[in-house]
Design a protein around this ligand. Structure first.
Ligand SMILES: Nc1ncnc2c1ncn2[C@@H]1O[C@H](COP(=O)(O)OP(=O)(O)OP(=O)(O)O)[C@@H](O)[C@H]1O
Ligand SMILES: [Mg+2]
Length: 258
């Protein structure tokens, strides 16, 4: 595969007898939007946890830009350019919108956000540039007008956007987004789809977990289907749409529950 950013080989994560992720292998190419779909409990979030270093795999191998990163913890993965948004939004509710982005970005500054006591002129310069750069991310997500608002006062969709702004402020090479359209209406889901494409167009590769099939079919270059922790199909949206096993196991099951 041309220019893989992320490669998983036979990755497993077991919880006692539960094989949440069971021998999954795949690649994500640079500049792709790749989606992982599957029924509830299929292992999608667990797979993200393992890739992002929030959990260690039980076995298997993970490579990022040709480097073995299998057992690295989350902060190391973040420093190597793997960032994520969560199924349940994670932001600092009592901080302002701008501070949320500044904190996400501060590991890149020399002084550090909390230790910057403004004793030296270079610290103050750094603080000013941190604010300026953080505001650029807010502008990208149309949140600049709310920079000084406490994060918890934002409507739900804007809290999601803020979570994206925080993830991008870390300058990822790959962004893992876990159900970004959950809880959003049709109009808002379309906005999120457009936004994910814009993020990809800035050069960030995107790995997406999402239940909204129209969003997945619309924006994905490739789709991987998980069921009971195993990969049951992988390919273009057209390929997945026609795959009998996917229709039976995933789409069929969802239709029953609908
Ligand atoms: N920390 C944990 N401890 C024990 N079991 C877990 C843990 N995390 C996940 N599991 C189990 O692993 C399986 C996969 O869960 P996971 O959350 O990864 O699924 P998912 O595909 O993200 O589902 P959903 O679509 O509902 O978000 C489930 O059976 C779940 O109960
Ligand atoms: Mg999940």
């Amino acid at each position: 595969m041309a220019d893989p950013i992320l490669e998983l080989k036979d990755v497993c994560r077991f919880f006692g007898g539960v094989r949440a992720v069971d021998g999954v292998s795949f690649c994500v190419s640079k500049g792709q939007i790749k989606s992982i779909i599957g029924p509830n409990g299929a292992g999608k979030t667990t797979l993200f946890n393992v890739i992002a270093g929030n959990m260690k795999p039980t076995k298997g191998n993970i490579r990022l830009q040709n480097r073995n990163v299998t057992m690295l913890p989350d902060y190391k993965m973040a420093s190597l350019g793997v960032t994520r948004t969560f199924q349940t939004i994670k932001i600092f509710s009592n901080m302002t919108v701008l501070e949320n982005v500044m904190i996400a970005r501060h590991p890149r500054s020399r002084a550090g956000f909390f230790s910057a006591a403004f004793r030296f002129p270079w610290m103050r310069r750094e603080e000013t540039s941190l604010i300026r750069e953080s505001r650029k991310y807010l502008e990208f997500f149309d949140l600049l007008g709310k920079a000084d608002h406490p994060a918890h006062t934002l409507p739900f969709k804007e809290q999601r956007l803020l979570e994206f702004a925080r993830a991008l402020a870390n300058e990822p090479v790959i962004l893992l987004a876990d159900e970004p359209a959950a809880g959003l209406n049709t109009r808002e889901t379309k906005d999120i789809a457009a936004l994910i494409k814009r993020i990809r167009d800035t050069g960030v590769t995107v790995l997406l977990v999402e239940h909204d099939m129209s969003l997945v079919m619309d924006i994905s270059d490739e789709i991987l289907v998980l069921d009971f922790g195993k990969k049951i199909a992988e390919g273009t949206p057209e390929h997945i749409r026609k795959n009998d096993e996917v229709i039976a196991v995933y789409l069929g099951r969802r239709a029953e529950g609908a």
